[in-house]
Each structure stands twice: as structure tokens, then as C-alpha cells.
Design a protein around this ligand. Structure first.
Ligand code: GLN
Length: 487
């Protein structure tokens, strides 16, 4: 029996759509029906836009008939609810924005729209992208499709779970400290965080502006290259987006990895790493060697300070970015006797506990008298972490590491202990502090049947090499082809 359409990847469907063998309307209807049937058990979507998606699919169909399609025309995608969408509610999974309908599109959304993509809706996340488990959503947690009751990772947990469960063909997430790579690893899909500045952040609701970056979450590496081709590139509306040419990321996939120098940082294989995760990642390293790569032991000596450094910088920036939600400019507003009480009451009701915790922490580390002790020191440590990477990339093309120290944990397991939750980001946050790109590809399963990811990190603007190596690895393995059973 032929595979159902929802099981296919973007790159498998694109030629079928181009020849008219598959209709974008039929494809969109099939996915919407699947979302309606299965999403209640997973909670990946915050908002489903069936009417909008069908209208876009009809337009795509007409465009394809005129022979003016792109590889994304008629492809149903889901967007993390931190990306603003004209006329479609954008909540950041927060009560404070539960009624916010943006008047314009984020640049990445506009670019996908221009390419003819179809948006099924907006997917769940930790509130304002603060978290590692999607449990900090005001709309309830998302479940891991591989095992309900487990977290899908976070903060782009809705994106990763929706891709893994075939509730969309691909998604865009955002990654401030691992939020694309870690949920991709926990859900057995591919997640790519580009170099800081590679993709425009215009219209991405800011969490920590010097760390945030948008990237694809997809069923395979080829689809990640396809989506990155569409969204990467300079944008005059984001002053931190960098004006360097965008290579053809699909073209990079054709190259083999013979002679590629892959650094293995010893700090990523120490205490706290689950033995099953370690075994899967070491087997993945063997696979890279069998494909012609050379492994080089390296050291990133400042890794141990990354979590502390990140949680100072990220919370400081968050406390400033979230000052704009004051009941006046966006979202909900509480009635009160005077302005100050209105601010306090709106923000207290609108923000969840983790967001409040981070605003307080960030305000504290920026306050007079503490700025030198915390924020300035963290900025200095950040420079050392960046230098560690520069040195490693002086003699390596890529680095290979685990994504997360453990497979997905149970819902509720770490909620009461924020510090343990923060420590689970240990392997992903350095890339954001250094501004470098990283990709997570499926590399195995735990004995409990939960996916494990391999992380590849590259030098700034090294996405093509990351995709090339990840694709070569994927061709030699079949982890990315496994799908969780429907339930
Ligand atoms: N888990 C990290 C945090 O809570 C990373 C989140 C992210 O990348 N958006 O800040």
C-alpha cells in the first residue's frame, strides 16, 4: 500500500505537487483532519487556522498550475507561536498575549508566504520561549509523540512534536539556548539553529535578543536545507542580520565527508551524561569515521561556566524585552485604580511563574551594584566561551556532541526544581553564547524507546558543512525514518 501523504517529507512531496499528482488542497485537508483527530492527545497546536490554510492551499494550487511554484508551494507547515503572523493570533503561549493579533508578518513568515507555503496554524511552546519542556505554556503542556506523559523538549516542543507525529510537514522554531535542537532530539526529528544573524529576527517576539535565532525543524536534513534556503539572508529590518551571501544549502548535500575533521570536545562526555545517550552518540561518531571523517579530541575549557553565564545574560535581556507587556501596548489589560496598579495587576495575571522568575532574576542582575558582579562578568565569560570555539575551529571543521544529557524526562519531573531543569541545557547553550550554528539529527533510541540526538556544531556561517555532514550521517542510518505509532 502506498504511504499516506502525511508520512512523506517536503522534498518527497514537492515533485508530486509540481506535476499535479498531489493537490495542495487535498494534502492540506488530509493534514487538518489528522490534526483534528490526533492533536487533542498531544496538544501541539495553540491555534489551528483551517480556513486560512485552505485558502492558501487553493492559491498554491493555482500557482502550481501556472508553473510558477517553488519547492515550498503548497507545503503545509506549522509555525512556533513566537513568530508573528498577520491577522493570525500570536500568543507566545502566554496569557498576556492571548488576544494579540499582529498587524504584519515576521520576515521569515513573509518569505515562506512568498514561496507559497501553507500555514496550518501556530504551535505550542514554553511561555516566551523560556523553558526546556513546553510545560511552561499557558495552554498546557505538549506530550512527546513517542511516549505520552513524557516531555517533547522545549521551548519549541509543539514544533518538534507536530513534525514527529506528522501533524505538519515541517516547522520553524526559535533557539535561544537549545530550543530547536533539544526538542528535535527528544522527538526524533532534525532541528537546525543557524548562525546568529543568518536569519532575520524581525517579527520574532524577543526573549534574549543577543541569543535568539530562528531555524527549521523537519523530518530530515534535506527538508531543513530547503527551509533554510527560503528564510536565510540579509533583512534591512533586522540590524543584526548579516549581509553575507546565502549558499545553496541543497547543493551542499551532494558532497561527501571524506577528510572532514570532526572535533570531539571532552567536556561534553563527562559526569551526568546518561550512558545510553553516550553510547548512541559514540556509535554515531563511529559512523562518521566509517564515512571518511577524522575524529580529533578537543577541549572547550570554559564549558562548565556556560549554564551560569547563559542564565544571567538571557534573564537580563528578557527582563528588558518583556517590559513592553504593560497592559497598554499589547494583549490583555486589567482594570485598576491607577496606572501603576494596572501594570502590576496585568503583569501578575498575564505572566506565568517561570517568566516572572526570570524577569525578577534579570532585573536583579542588571540592578545598580550587582551589574558588575553578574552581568559584566557573564559578558566576559561569554567572550571566553566564544574564544574556545574559535580555537577549536582553527583545526576542526565541525564538533560532534550529545544534544541533551538524557532522553526526554517525564512531564512534571523537574517542574519543582528549576535549577535541574536549567542544567539540562548544558550541551546546547554554548552555541548561542558563541553565536555559532548547530544541528540535531536522530542517532538512536533509549531502551525505553525514546529518541536520542547527535549535535553537530560549526563555525559561524558553516551551515552548509553542518547540513552536508548531517545528511551523510542520515544516508548511512535510518533513525530519521522511524515514526511513533499513532495512538
Ligand atoms: N531552555 C533554555 C531556556 O529556558 C533555552 C530556551 C530557548 O532556547 N528558547 O532559556
Amino acid at each position: 500500500m502506498a504511504e499516506p501523504l502525511y508520512r512523506l517529507s517536503i522534498s518527497e512531496l514537492a515533485p508530486l505537487l509540481a506535476t499535479g499528482e498531489v493537490s495542495p488542497v487535498a494534502l492540506t485537508e488530509e493534514l487538518l483532519a489528522r490534526v483534528e483527530a490526533l492533536d487533542p492527545g498531544l496538544n501541539t497546536y495553540v491555534t489551528v487556522d483551517a480556513d486560512g490554510a485552505l485558502a492558501q492551499a487553493r492559491e498554491a494550487e493555482a500557482r502550481l498550475r501556472r508553473g510558477q511554484g517553488t519547492p515550498l508551494t503548497g507545503i503545509p507547515l506549522a509555525l512556533k507561536d513566537v513568530l508573528i503572523t498577520q491577522g493570525l493570533r500570536t500568543t507566545c503561549a502566554s496569557r498576556i498575549l492571548e488576544n494579540f493579533v499582529p498587524p504584519y508578518d515576521a520576515t521569515v513568515v513573509a518569505r515562506l508566504r512568498q514561496a507559497g507555503a501553507v500555514f496550518l496554524g501556530k504551535v505550542n511552546m514554553d511561555e516566551f520561549a523560556m523553558g526546556s519542556s513546553t510545560e511552561n505554556s499557558a495552554f498546557g503542556p505538549t506530550h512527546n509523540p513517542w511516549r505520552r506523559g513524557c516531555i517533547p523538549g522545549g521551548s519549541s516542543g509543539g514544533s518538534a512534536a507536530a513534525v514527529a507525529a506528522d501533524l505538519c510537514l515541517g516547522s520553524l522554531g526559535s533557539d535561544t539556548g537549545g530550543s530547536i535542537r533539544q526538542p528535535a532530539a527528544h522527538c526524533g526529528v532534525v532541528g537546525l539553529k543557524p548562525t546568529y544573524g543568518r536569519v532575520s529576527r524581525f517579527g520574532l517576539v524577543a526573549y534574549a535578543s543577543s541569543l535568539d535565532q530562528i531555524g527549521p525543524i523537519t523530518k530530515n536534513v534535506r527538508d531543513a536545507a530547503l527551509l533554510l534556503n527560503c528564510v536565510a539572508g540579509h533583512d534591512p529590518q533586522d540590524s543584526t542580520s548579516v549581509d553575507v551571501p546565502v549558499p545553496d544549502y541543497l547543493g551542499a548535500l551532494a558532497r561527501d565527508i571524506k577528510g572532514l575533521k570532526v572535533g570531539v570536545p571532552k567536556e561534553y562526555f563527562g559526569h551526568g551524561l546518561d550512558p545510553e545517550v553516550e553510547a548512541a552518540v559514540r556509535r554515531a561518531l563511529d559512523t562518521l569515521v566509517s564515512l571518511g571523517a577524522e575524529l580529533i579530541p578537543v577541549s572547550l575549557p570554559h564549558t562548565e561556566y556556560a549554564v551560569a553565564c547563559y542564565y544571567i545574560i538571557a534573564t537580563a535581556e528578557a527582563s528588558s524585552n518583556l517590559a513592553r507587556y504593560d497592559g497598554v501596548k499589547y494583549g490583555i489589560r486589567d482594570e485598576a485604580r491607577n496606572l501603576l496598579e494596572m501594570y502590576a495587576s496585568t503583569r501578575t495575571r498575564g505572566f506565568g511563574p517561570e517568566v516572572r522568575r526570570r524577569i525578577m532574576l534579570g532585573t536583579y542582575v542588571l540592578s545598580a551594584g550587582y551589574y558588575e558582579a553578574y552581568y559584566r562578568q557573564a559578558s566576559q565569560v561569554r567572550a571566553l566561551i566564544r574564544r574556545d570555539f574559535e580555537e577549536a575551529f582553527g583545526h576542526c571543521d565541525l564538533l560532534a556532541t550529545p544534544v541533551s544529557p538524557t532522553p526526554a524526562f517525564c512531564l512534571g519531573e523537574k517542574v519543582a526544581d528549576p535549577l535541574t531543569m536549567y542544567l539540562s541545557d548544558i550541551f546546547t547553550i554554548s552555541a548561542n553564547l558563541g553565536g555559532i550554528p548547530g544541528i540535531s539529527v536522530p542517532c538512536g533510541f533509549s531502551s525505553g524507546g525514546l529518541p536520542i540526538g547527535l549535535q553537530l556544531l560549526g563555525p559561524p556561517f558553516g551551515e552548509a558543512t553542518l547540513l552536508q555532514a548531517a545528511h551523510a550521517f542520515e544516508q548511512a542510518t535510518d533513525w530519521h525514518r522511524r515514526r511513533p505509532p499513532d495512538f
